[in-house]
Design a protein around this ligand. Structure first.
Ligand code: IPD
Ligand code: CA
Ligand code: CA
Length: 263
């Protein structure tokens, strides 16, 4: 019988993410990659994004043929079980193309729509983050926790920008207003890496609008299980309108500040 326990889903996600990370790592230095664009010229996709998605979907569905799957590069499948996998084969494709080391494979498992297990493997940093709902978050097997910084003025805050030019312009304005009021901004270029960075206290908070579920599904669970508060910009569940992940002592003041900067 197929084992639907979150711990078994996490085990499978870890195995598959490790294989995917090996493929990504071995492809970084290739100079012959086929690279095309998607929504516009800034939004890149490579043959490795497709190859990793095929590998991940193939392995997951081979092990669990009744599950559903939502993959960024189009592998969408309605399942017959309560489990759905949400996969970003390479989060941070622009970084991957330019060999900036912040790119990751992100795999989340949902049961009845709730993410119960998540893995983000960052091959260039040799870091694998994982979390189980209610079971804490780990990096390379060691427990991680969000930072304790509580003052916006001394907080390091990560963000990201959409591929859409209009949304980008608005996001730039928010950052322009926020920057003088915090320690600094980081734009790592991979939402999953940003969320894991909140999880291990490498940044104090992260916000972005315009994301899709595969960008945040695994990372949001990892950040939340590491003790961060993870919401949209108004305190609801993360959504394309906004994802905000901040340590608990800073959450309210950063959210209020973002509100002021967005007005
Ligand atoms: C992108 C990255 C980036 C974020 C964008 C995402 P992709 O994902 O996570 O950091 O700012 O909003 O679309 O396209 O590299 O998978
Ligand atoms: Ca992504
Ligand atoms: Ca991607």
């Amino acid at each position: 019988m197929i084992d639907d326990r979150p711990v078994s889903l996490l085990g499978l996600a870890l195995e598959v993410a490790s294989e995917a990370a090996t493929l990504i790592r071995s492809s970084v230095a290739r100079t012959d990659l086929t690279i095309t664009s998607k929504s516009n010229a800034t939004d890149l996709v490579t043959e490795i994004d497709h190859a990793v998605e095929a590998l991940v979907a193939g392995r997951l569905l081979e092990a669990r043929p009744d599950d559903g799957l939502l993959g960024e590069e189009g592998t969408t499948r309605t399942g017959r079980s309560r489990v759905r996998w949400v996969v970003d084969p390479i989060d941070g494709t622009t970084n991957f193309v330019y060999r900036v080391p912040y790119f990751a494979v992100s795999i989340a498992a949902e049961i009845d729509g709730t993410v119960v297990a998540g893995v983000v493997a960052i091959p260039s940093l040799a870091e694998t983050f994982e979390a189980l709902l209610g079971g804490g978050a780990r990096c390379n097997g060691e427990a991680v926790s969000a930072s304790s910084e509580s003052e916006p003025a001394t907080a390091l805050v990560a963000t990201g920008f959409s591929y859409d030019a209009g949304r980008r312009a608005a996001q730039g304005q928010v950052v322009g207003r926020l920057l003088p009021q915090i320690r600094d901004i980081r734009r790592m270029g991979a939402a999953s890496v940003d969320l894991c960075s909140v999880a291990c206290g490498r940044v104090d908070g992260y916000f972005e609008s315009g994301l899709r579920p595969w960008d945040w599904a695994a990372g949001a669970l990892i950040a939340a299980e590491a003790g961060a508060v993870v919401t949209d910009f108004t305190g609801g569940a993360p959504s394309p309108a906004g994802v905000l992940a901040v340590n608990p002592g800073l959450y309210r003041s950063l959210r209020d500040l973002l509100d002021t900067c967005s007005a």
